[in-house]
Design a protein around this ligand. Structure first.
Ligand code: ADP
Length: 350
């Protein structure tokens, strides 16, 4: 079943939290809500889960209304599984019993093997007899993931589910979860503030800002055609440069960039713009009037070069390592984007 949000608005007293949010989390896919703290991600999830009463708009499951003003089934009456940042296991039950709890009664009794399989999937094989307080925070969180996934809910709602898992295990667990959820065709909505996490696990990403969805799409769509600088900035190496369009070129403290370096129609003269540029789209040429190299750092196949304007403004470029080998701190370089790799956005207030 797909999970559909239509024209959702929500406020806590006088504080608005969501403003006309509409999107559909497609059947069997993982949709990430991505945005800075306070942008409304958890509120949206809480409305779908039934933890908050819906004030305006409609949430539907496969076309059938799940919640709307006046219709607010409690969480246990919704066919959804929930995972929160802090796991929230039952403290008086062993880990195995916690996992068994959500299973239909028939499966609870005779499926010790299935529970052990779930424990193994989340890296807790053999620990089923332990109680939550006998596990680390990250282990408890993995148990909570197993408990939510084992009943194979049609919809799984996850709020920062990997945040308390240590960084080494996090990536592996994320990928394991992704495979399990895709295999079972579970429609998943996952909240995160971490762009790397969204890119690592999501089929689709809703980029949120101040209670609104700025853009909804696949990672590829967001990368190829960002509708706002904040969308482009979720990809590593993206930078936003404030510029003015003057005399047919984009002027910033980093120099003049010809109009054909930037995608789209040139704007009117003297327009203020935010230019979104990826570090690897920048070329460096020696120039006595240029920016000073502050640091060169090898990344493997490429080198990261940090450049600084006398005003203190900084720009990062990524160049092939072979070129980076010849760049020295203190040397002066002109920076120019590769043609048609950079985007300009009208400056707007959020
Ligand atoms: P996120 O999950 O993206 O961090 P939230 O959905 O938690 O964002 O919060 C959205 C906005 O609503 C924020 O401005 C937050 O301060 C406010 N908010 C969230 N929960 C409450 C609450 N229980 N009472 C009052 N304001 C809240």
């Amino acid at each position: 079943m797909s999970l559909e949000f239509s024209h959702i608005a929500h406020a806590y007293g006088a504080t608005p939290a969501l403003n006309d949010v509409s999107f559909t989390a497609p059947l069997g896919e993982i949709t990430c809500l991505l945005g800075a703290s306070g942008c409304g991600k958890s509120t949206l999830l809480g409305l779908a889960a039934g933890l908050l009463s819906i004030q305006s708009g409609r949430i539907a499951l496969g076309g059938e209304t799940l919640a709307e003003p006046g219709l607010n089934p409690p969480p246990e009456k919704r066919p959804v599984g929930l995972v929160f940042q802090d796991g929230a296991l039952f403290p008086h039950m062993s880990i195995a019993k916690n996992i068994a709890f959500g299973l239909p009664k028939a499966r609870r009794m005779d499926d010790a093997g299935e529970i052990e399989t779930w424990l193994a999937r989340v890296g807790l094989g053999g620990l089923g007899d332990r109680y939550p307080h006998e596990l680390s925070g990250g282990q408890q969180q993995r148990a909570a993931l197993a408990r939510a996934m084992a009943p194979e809910p049609a919809i799984l709602l996850m709020d920062e589910p990997f945040a308390s898992v240590d960084i080494v295990l996090r990536r592996a667990l994320r990928r394991e979860c992704r495979i399990l959820l895709r295999e079972r065709q579970t429609t998943t909505v996952l909240v995160t503030h971490d762009p790397d996490e969204a890119l690592d696990i999501a089929d689709r990403i809703a980029v949120m800002e101040a209670g609104r969805i700025v853009q909804f799409g696949t990672p590829q769509e967001l990368y190829n055609a960002p509708l706002a600088p904040s969308v482009g900035a979720i990809f590593g190496g993206a930078q936003i440069v404030r510029a003015t369009f003057k005399d047919g070129a984009y002027e910033s403290v980093f120099g003049r960039w010809a109009a054909d370096c930037v995608l789209g129609d040139p704007p009117e003269e003297n327009t203020a713009l935010d230019i979104l540029v990826q570090a690897r789209a920048l070329r460096l040429d020696r120039d006595r009037e240029g920016l000073a190299v502050r640091d060169v750092h090898p990344l493997g196949a490429r080198a990261r070069v940090l450049l600084r304007h006398p005003s203190g403004a900084e720009l990062t470029a990524e160049v092939p390592q072979s070129a980076g080998d010849h760049i020295r701190p203190g040397a002066l370089y002109r920076v120019k984007p590769d043609p048609a790799s950079v985007r300009a956005f009208a400056v707007r207030d959020v």
